[in-house]
Design a protein around this ligand. Structure first.
Ligand code: SF4
Length: 377
């Protein structure tokens, strides 16, 4: 299948969605509140735009860095309504909408299915699916019944990329004692699969010297629940996390050996090197017939069948298909809508090179629509 996009068409989709949502919300104050919200101005991360369905998280995992970002271990639902969040995202100048649009990621600084956040999650998913239609991913540690999974499926018209985090069977009490136990999370995977999703086991963080010894057991258990895809990821630590793990008698030797550098402040996040462990997991997955992913957006692109040639796809060799577009149309778009002075636009396999002056929001908008790196000189 040839995947063709028109930047003008994608821009018109954005403008008409904003207008439609404005008239649906039908209250100036609510529109203004959504317009001034963080979702309307934050630059998406390389993997997509994170959506806050709540603030804070009750699970209080020992390795979690949300307190270091200023969020408490106590959840409350986000204050915007579903329509407001959709409007806020649509108004974000960096964000493209629809199936060709920016990936949306639910569940980054909270758990989406807590008592305090679940209804917001359902409300937001319903609104963003209906009004925006962007590829969307959610990650959870909650126990979802089969009925919950069916409800979710109805709200998103069957289309959602779902990650379920399970990182340990042995150290669960110390590391994630307030979250549902791993058995219940395997049941969540099973229920989601039965409801028609194709969920992925989310094995992040790999904690060297702690859970890397039980990865085989986790993968084999996943297979027994008919799960054959896994997303892996590294640990990031702060000094606060290190002292918390120490207080819990979690062995720190391997982490200390592999930490990239000493954090400069109490809450600075520093990655822990796990490349060798990831290689071993990849080999194991090959043996077990499990498909492995290294980036959440890889899973999202595959689940929504979107060709993507952004740098991480290239790095992991999953950019198979190019998006087809008209280079002269891109130039015209940047000159008319972007009001830039453009000398040249050159399309290369993995990069779009632009010579001229382009505002950052248009660079990022293009990046998402074309799913390739955009370099402006
Ligand atoms: S579930 Fe996620 S957000 Fe919540 S405490 Fe654990 S790691 Fe942090």
């Amino acid at each position: 299948m040839v995947w063709k996009v028109s930047v003008f068409e994608e821009w018109r989709r954005k403008i008409s969605t904003i207008k439609k949502l404005e008239s649906e919300i039908c209250d100036k104050k609510l529109v203004e509140e959504a317009k001034s919200d963080w979702h309307s101005r934050r630059r998406p991360r390389p993997c997509g735009l994170t959506i806050h369905i709540g603030v804070g998280c009750d699970y209080a995992c020992s390795y979690c860095y949300i307190p270091d970002m200023g969020f408490p271990f106590k959840s409350k639902p986000y204050h915007l309504t579903g329509l407001q969040i959709a409007y806020s995202i649509a108004s974000n100048p960096y964000v493209a909408l629809g199936l060709n649009g920016t990936f949306l990621a639910y569940g980054s600084v909270t758990e989406p299915f807590l008592k305090n956040t679940a209804n917001r999650t359902y409300e937001y998913l319903k609104a963003t699916t209906r009004c925006l239609g962007n590829p969307t991913q959610i990650s959870t540690k909650a126990y979802l019944t089969y009925d919950n999974a069916l409800k979710l499926r109805r709200l998103v018209n069957g289309k959602l990329s779902v990650l379920v985090t399970i990182i340990t069977l042995k150290h669960y009490d110390k590391l994630e004692g307030k979250a549902p136990n791993p058995e219940l999370r395997f049941q969540t995977l099973y229920n989601l699969k039965k409801a028609g999703f194709n969920p992925v086991l989310f094995l992040r963080p790999i904690i060297p010297g702690v859970n890397d010894y039980e990865i085989k057991d986790i993968l084999e258990k996943a297979i027994s629940y008919d799960i054959n895809r896994v997303l892996i990821g590294s640990l990031r630590v702060t000094l606060r996390i290190m002292s918390k793990l120490k207080a819990l008698n979690i062995p720190l030797r391997e982490i200390e050996k592999r930490i990239l550098r000493k954090p400069k402040s109490f809450n600075e996040q520093v990655p822990v090197k796990t490349a060798d462990i990831k290689k071993k997991i990849a080999k194991l997955c090959e043996k077990l017939g499990i498909k492995i992913y290294y980036q959440a957006c890889q899973v999202c692109a595959e689940d929504f069948n979107i060709p993507c040639c952004l740098p991480c796809s290239i790095k992991y060799g999953c950019c198979k298909e190019d998006i087809n577009y008209d280079v002269s149309e891109v130039k015209a778009f940047l000159e008319t809508i972007g009001k830039g002075k453009i000398r040249k636009v050159v399309d290369r396999k993995y990069v779009l090179n632009i010579e001229g002056n382009v505002r950052k929001e248009f660079t990022l908008f293009l990046r998402w629509v074309l799913k390739k790196k955009v370099v402006v000189k």
